[in-house]
Every structure is written in C-alpha cells, then in structure tokens.
Design a protein around this ligand. Structure first.
Ligand code: HEC
Ligand code: HEC
Ligand code: HEC
Length: 462
C-alpha cells in the first residue's frame, strides 16, 4: 500500500518536474522572442525617406556639409530646442565633443563626441545613421543605445528636422576627443538587455497629427514631447528607468542629483492647465514670470535651450501644456514617507513654527516679505507657492542650502539670486525655517526633520 503511494508520489514529482521544465523553457523562449522583437523594433528609413532623398547616400554627405544657410540656421535652432549641446559638452569643454558625466541609479553615463571628427566623432555618419539614432535609438553599427539619450522623445522628430540638425552638427568644428566607456553596474553594462527594455517601453514613430486640435496645439505637442523632451525629467520612472512615454508628466526625482522635477499636471504641483498662456511662455523664454523663477536643472534648460524659442513656438508649447488634463497625484511612496516622517504633535508643531518664524525674520524677511508675498518678478512669493508644499523636499532644501540662481536670459538679463545658507544655518535650523514657510500664511505641508536636510549638504551641484 505505502509502496504504491511512494510510486504515485515519484511519478507525480516527475510530472511536476517535466511540467516546470516545459514552463521554464517556454518562458525563456518567450523572453527571447520579446527581446528579438525589441531588438528589431524600429522604422526602416528607406521607407520613410522616399520624399527626402537628398542626403541618402554616403557620397552625398558633402551636400549636408555645404547645406544652405537657411537649413543650417534651422538646424542650429532645432538643436538648441533639443538641447543637444547641454548633454554632449563638459563644463569648460569643446562644444558637442561629449565627455559629460550623467549620474543615474544605474551608474554613470558619459556622453559621446558628436562633432564631425571622423575618428572620434560622427564625421563618418550619414544622414540615415543620424536619423536612425534619433528615431530608433541605434548607433552607427546598429547597436542599441541607452535611453539616457532621450530617443524615446526624439523618435517624434521629423526626418526633415533631423536632417537639418545633422547638417548643422556637421558644419561645426571637428574636435578630436575619444569617447569614454560608461561606468555602469552589471547587468546594466550589457547592451543586449536593452532589447527587452525596448520591447516593453519604446514606441518608435512620429506623433500622429490630431485633426481635432488646432495646428498650434499640434506644433506644441511636437515640441514638448519630441524636441524639448520635457518628460525626460518631469516623469516618474520605474526600477528600469522607464516612464510611461513622451507624454508622462507625472513628476520625478532626478536620480543622482537630488532635484525634483515637479509634475506638470498634478493638482498639488505645477498643474499647468491653471497657468495663463503668458505666464507659461514667459517662464519658458525668460526663466521668470510674475510668480515663479526657475532653478537648478530647469535654469540650465532655460539658459541653454528654451530662451531661444521663437514667440510662436513658445505660444504653441503653452497651448499644448495648458490643455493637459489635471491629475490627482497619488504619490507611489507616500506611505514610506509618512512612516519615515511621523506627524508631530500640535504642541511640537507650535514650537517648531515659533522657532522657524524667528529664523525667517532674521534671515529671509528682507527679500521674501513679512507675509511671504515676495516681490513680483524679483523675489518669489513663498505664500501659496506649490514648490514649497510638495511631497518632495529636494528643491526647497537645495535652494536654502546652496542658494538660488536663475538663468541670465534676454528677457531677464540681470536676475536676482538667493545667497546660500549652508554656512550659516544648521540642519535643524534649515528644517525649522522650512517647516515654517511650508505652513505659514495658509500654506500646508508636513513638518521637516533635520535628518532630511543633511544628505543635501553633500549633493553634487550639477
Ligand atoms: C539628456 C542627455 C542627452 C541629450 C539631451 C542628448 N543626448 Fe545624445 N546621447 C546621450 C547619451 C548618454 C548617449 C550615449 C548612449 C549610449 O551609449 O547608448 C548619447 C548618444 C548620442 C549619439 C550616438 C553617438 C555614438 O557615437 O553612438 C548621437 C548621434 C547623439 N547622442 C546625438 C544627439 C543629438 C543630435 C541630440 C540633440 C537632438 C542629443 N544627442 C541630445 C545623451 C544625450
Ligand atoms: C533636465 C531636466 C528638465 C527638463 C528637460 C525640463 N525640466 Fe522643467 N524643471 C526641472 C526641475 C528640476 C524643476 C524644478 C526646479 C524649479 O522649480 O525651477 C523644473 C521646473 C519646471 C517648472 C516650474 C518652475 C517654477 O519654479 O515654478 C516648469 C513650468 C517646468 N519645469 C516646465 C518644463 C517644460 C515645459 C519642459 C520642456 C520644455 C521642461 N520643464 C523641461 C527639470 C527639467
Ligand atoms: C537676498 C535676498 C534673499 C534672501 C535673504 C532669501 N532669499 Fe530665498 N530667494 C531669493 C531669490 C532671488 C529667489 C529666486 C532664486 C532663483 O529661483 O534662482 C529665492 C528663492 C527661494 C526659494 C525657492 C522658491 C521657488 O519657487 O522655487 C525658497 C524656498 C526660498 N527662497 C527660501 C528662502 C529662505 C527660507 C530664506 C531664509 C533662510 C531665504 N529664501 C532668503 C532671494 C532671497
């Protein structure tokens, strides 16, 4: 009897084993199929380039090097709005020669040389190679590129615009500068893994024209989602560094550099649908409007890129951004934060507010005003300011510690800045004054602890 049970058991075990083996093999096959799909994913340019045959052969590359001034000017403008130079230039280094280190949770990406040098840059590239990089995220040898290069956005760039950018880059001085290897942790240093990533998160292709919307709106979508790649910073990313696409504006902590790019659509963050068209285009072009002043990485974007927007393009972007529906933001890590920062008692809060107010009166009141009202266009109002009341503390802590420097732009040639307080205030004092301005004058947000301030003392300034 027991013998029979044993026998049954072993045959059952064998069946389970066989079943698991089949399951594992089919899962592996499926994975390989998905990866294969991701690897091959992309448009074939020969289909799309039929109407733009001009620089389609290596021999015709010369044509782009001597492109008409109009095309070069257009390429210069487009490459500014796409901000190619910012990532592909190190501080003090030659323009477009690469070498800039981009911190990420996967390690450091080091941008390549995109000057027309034949050995170390992209001097040997054809217009097709170039379009293939922007549109399909592939290098000259067909290798898969990391999405740290925002091709998820650039895939929307039209062939004509890509050609103009290429012609412009090829007209720039060739710089001999060897590319450096990225410093990424295993398994992220294996490019093959990108095949899976692409299958899951990459949708190549230009944006379909939305006939129900105006031409201006469509132009705005093209600029915001494509060239200007706002979602590259203003979106939250999963553990594989992927967001929900070029129209994901859910707001995200910028890994490695500790700045928070607020949600453009969440009700309690920037919620751009409530901004006037003038306020929005002014902020993009000048870095300042009557209520806000850009800071940190956004100041860099305005300085290097957005300030050059034509009035027409700025208006188009504002039109599109203002049409985005408001979202009730649900913080993915809300619970974690609540646990990490238990709410303080009423008495404690009163004490903190009193101590914070004393610091505010001593250090901040001259510029930000008795009632946090600021001075339009000079000192931002702290009263009612959403950037103080967000879940993320990154930006206000950084600004109080390291100061606030808005960009010099045509529309704001001599910006006012805020001095750094790191040398003068302790972590506790920063926490107190921040708790105060987050809760004074009708503002409302959780109290801040000294331990939350400290890590920002050593955060890199880039
Ligand atoms: C946010 C930073 C960032 C921006 C903005 C950016 N790039 Fe890059 N780019 C990178 C990184 C990082 C890589 C390396 C990707 C890799 O190794 O897989 C790269 C790779 C490339 C490559 C492939 C070069 C090669 O040798 O394989 C080209 C071409 C390129 N970028 C052109 C551009 C152009 C043109 C623009 C503007 C339209 C631009 N990039 C904007 C970060 C950026
Ligand atoms: C390189 C990353 C990056 C890119 C690209 C970027 N932003 Fe930002 N943005 C930030 C960060 C970080 C902040 C928070 C600092 C601040 O408030 O200025 C910010 C702030 C803002 C603000 C609020 C400014 C204020 O102080 O009230 C607006 C509006 C904004 N971004 C819109 C955009 C739009 C539209 C685009 C695309 C055209 C864009 N951003 C592209 C990083 C970026
Ligand atoms: C000398 C004038 C001056 C003083 C003093 C000053 N600030 Fe500022 N503050 C500014 C300016 C100018 C800006 C805008 C700078 C920018 O965005 O680049 C600013 C920006 C800020 C911001 C960011 C607001 C936003 O919308 O992103 C915060 C928060 C802030 N200040 C808090 C403080 C606190 C707290 C103190 C006192 C400890 C203080 N400031 C003292 C001038 C000042």
């Amino acid at each position: 009897m027991s013998h029979a049970i044993e026998k049954n058991k072993t045959s059952l075990a064998k069946k389970v084993l066989k079943f698991s083996a089949i399951l594992i093999v089919s899962l592996l096959l499926l994975l390989i199929l998905i990866a294969l799909y991701g690897y091959r994913l992309g448009d074939v340019y020969s289909d799309l380039s039929k109407d733009t045959p001009s620089h389609s052969k290596v021999g015709e590359q010369v044509a782009s090097r001597h492109a008409s001034n109009a095309i070069l000017e257009r390429g210069a403008y487009l490459s500014k709005i796409a901000d190619c130079m910012a990532c592909h230039t190190t501080r003090g280094g030659a323009a477009f020669a690469g070498g800039r280190v981009m911190e990420s949770e996967f390690g450091q990406f080091i941008t390549p040389n995109i000057t027309p040098d034949k050995q170390t840059g992209i001097g040997n590239w054809t217009a097709e190679d170039f379009w293939n990089a922007l549109h399909n995220g592939r290098g000259k040898q067909g290798q898969l590129l990391y999405p740290a290069f925002p091709f998820v956005n650039y895939t929307h760039i039209s062939r004509a615009d890509a050609d103009a950018i290429f012609a412009y880059l090829q007209s720039q001085p060739a710089v001999v500068q060897q590319n450096l290897e990225h410093r990424l942790a295993f398994p992220y240093n294996q490019r093959v893994g990108l095949a899976l990533w692409r299958a899951l998160y990459f949708k190549p292709g230009e944006l379909a024209y939305q006939p129900a919307q105006s031409q201006e709106w469509n132009r705005g979508a093209y600029l915001v989602r494509g060239l200007a790649h706002c979602s590259a910073c203003h979106s939250s990313r999963n553990q594989f560094g992927a967001n929900k696409g070029s129209d994901d504006f859910s707001g995200g902590e910028m890994a490695g550099i500790r700045w928070y790019a607020p949600s453009l659509v969440a009700k309690h963050e920037l919620n751009l649908s409530t901004w006037s068209a003038t306020d929005l285009s002014q902020l993009l072009q000048h870095g300042v409007n009557r209520q806000s002043i850009v800071n940190g990485p956004m100041a860099e974007v305005v300085k290097a890129s957005l300030q050059y927007l034509t009035d027409q393009d700025a208006a188009a972007m504002a039109n599109y951004l203002r049409s985005l529906p408001t979202q009730e933001k649900t913080e993915p890590d809300f619970l974690d934060r609540a646990i990490a920062r238990p709410s303080v008692s009423k008495e404690q809060m009163l004490q903190m507010m009193e101590a914070g107010e004393a610091i505010y009166r001593a250090q901040c009141i001259d510029c930000h005003g008795k009632n946090g009202e600021g001075q339009a266009g000079i000192y931002p109002a702290l009263k009612g300011n959403p950037s103080l009341q967000m879940e993320s503390l990154s930006n206000p802590i950084r600004i109080i510690l390291a100061g606030g420097f808005s960009p010099v732009t045509k529309g704001n040639p001599r910006p006012y800045s805020m001095p750094p307080f790191a040398p003068f205030l302790t972590d506790t004092e920063v926490a107190l004054v921040l708790t105060y301005i987050r809760n004074a004058w009708g503002n409302q947000a959780s109290a801040v602890g000294a331990a939350e301030v400290n890590p920002y003392r050593t955060a890199s300034l880039d």
